[in-house]
Design a protein around this ligand. Sequence first.
Ligand SMILES: [Zn+2]
Length: 201
Amino acid sequence: MVVKKKKQVKSKINKSSSKSKKLLKSKKREVKKATSSIKKKTSLKSKKPTKTKKRNQKIYRGEEHFLASIEPYKIKKNEKYMNARQKKHFFNILNSWKNQLMLEQGKTASHLQQSTSNFPDEADRASHEEEFTIELRTRERERRLLNKIDSSVEAMKEKFYGYCNLCGIEIGVRRLEARPTATRCIDCKTLEEIHERQRYG
Ligand SMILES: [Zn+2]
């Protein structure tokens, strides 16, 4: 399990550094470079010091990647829904998701600071601005997601995490793993989507 995760992280690092199209170096150096540039970006973010522990920091490759990396919870026979172990499982998921998203938010802040002077050429600046707009939209989506995560953590404290907020039934471990911030059971969610489609579609 640990080995698998390490491999995933490594391949993510390789992917992200190959994107930067810079010097061709040995893989080891690429990884080292990628890691150190992330550290640099993190340290540039001076306003909000994060409580994130270094060892929990992973490169965030979007919601889908994160959800795919969740280690499925092993449900024991007759175990109670939302027992302490299950709560811990989901708390860890929510927490590491939150940490990764907060790191992403910090990256944009430092990007913004260095964005104006770096592109004297107008065409470069235009494409950079477009790229930046897309990035801002992504960050906005992530910010909304962060709010949802906070609500989920809050719900966990109030002991209604994992239960549908419309009909009260158990949302279920597997559905929560696919969507850790879910507040509705699959039936209520499906009905809601049908109604929305009827109204707007
Ligand atoms: Zn429901």
